[in-house]
Design a protein around this ligand. Structure first.
Ligand code: SF4
Length: 340
């Protein structure tokens, strides 16, 4: 048997039971692939079901407001995925007659669809023999081939991956490698004894599975300090919609960069346009780790008599439907508890 036949035969007997398995509708495959980027499969299942219940077709998603999409995405993180999802749905609905592009090259023209997602969708929905090289597939292939060059991206393995892919069942083959990487060829503890390709795996034969794939040294994450303020004006809380960029389009509380003593915070707030700001109490610290960045947050409860235009004063009921990033969940939780 060839490599792809061994992989497929293992897949037929061992594939994971996932809600998007067996799906041929490019809308549903696209949705699952975008959600699965950077997110655990178990977490995605619930979001996938809720999204499809609310937006059963690409036309339904295209017709939604961006804030509705972000609200439904709340907690999944990497919100640019949700903004791109919405923009891509609009593109399909308005520029492609409601029909998804039918090959990987066409799919890549959609916002947020990179080479991995394009190849995954094209192979699963249309049977195009293109490898869906994500971290899982790269780990399996990097080990099977004992690939010596450093992998800067999984697509560094494109050439060998292209030569190994099944031409008959490329979609199943790609999903088989995803499953193998997720269940057996694990990053820190590969279960080589159960692996269908152990005999042809060079890293296993050399007892060096953990040495592959070769990766560049990790870059240290940048740390940013913030003072987050649950600032009220009268009996309403002040929130602001974040501009484009990190967490763009989501809502946040008043925040001051850096950690400062009370007097300095008040002076900064006055400079920002808050009138008569006062600090009421200290709130817990929080920390959130992004891909390349860490936020270290100190919280304060505060009040003011007037506020700058960028902010909106909301009641707890009005706060509820607004999309907030998980990075602020500590402070968002304090609002709910305080006012319930
Ligand atoms: S033998 Fe081990 S290292 Fe090689 S592909 Fe299988 S699980 Fe991964």
């Amino acid at each position: 048997m060839s490599f792809s036949e061994e992989i497929l035969s293992w897949y037929d007997a061992n594939k994971r039971d996932l809600p998007w398995r067996g799906e041929r509708d490019p809308y549903r495959i696209w949705l699952s692939e975008i959600m699965l980027q950077q997110t655990q499969t178990e977490t995605v299942k619930g979001y996938y079901a809720r999204f499809l219940a609310r937006f059963p077709t690409v036309a339904d998603l295209a017709a939604a407001e961006e804030a509705q999409v972000l609200k439904l995405w709340e907690g999944l993180g990497y919100y640019s995925r949700a903004r791109n999802l919405h923009a891509a749905a609009r593109k399909v609905a308005h520029e492609c007659g409601g029909v998804f592009p039918t090959d990987a090259a066409g799919l890549r023209a959609l916002p947020g669809v990179g080479p991995y997602a394009a190849n995954a969708i094209a192979s699963i929905a249309y049977g195009e023999p293109v490898p869906a090289l994500d971290g899982n597939q790269a780990r399996v292939l990097g080990r099977v081939l004992a690939w010596e060059p450093e992998l800067k991206t999984p697509f560094d393995l494109l050439k060998p991956a292209q030569s190994l892919i099944s031409k008959d069942r490329p979609g199943d083959y790609n999903q088989a490698l995803m499953d193998l990487g997720a269940t057996l060829c694990l990053p820190k503890a590969p279960r080589c004894g159960l692996c269908p390709v152990a005999e042809r795996c060079r890293a296993f034969r050399e007892d060096a599975a953990l040495d592959f794939p070769r990766k560049p040294a990790p870059v240290a994450k940048k740390e940013q300090d913030w003072t987050v303020l649950l600032m009220t004006c009268g009996d309403k809380l002040l929130v602001r919609r974040r501009p484009k960029g990190l967490l763009g389009g989501l809502y946040e509380f008043c925040a001051v960069e850096g950690w400062h003593d009370t007097e300095a915070v008040i002076a900064i707030l006055e400079d920002m346009g808050f009138k008569n700001p006062v600090i009421l109490e200290a709130l817990p610290d929080a920390r959130h780790v992004f891909t390349h960045l860490v936020w270290r947050m100190r919280g304060l409860r505060a009040a003011c008599d007037a506020f700058p235009d960028a902010y909106t004063a909301v009641t707890p009921e009005q706060l509820d439907p607004l999309p907030f990033p998980s990075a602020l969940r500590t402070y968002r939780g304090l609002v709910t508890r305080k006012q319930s």
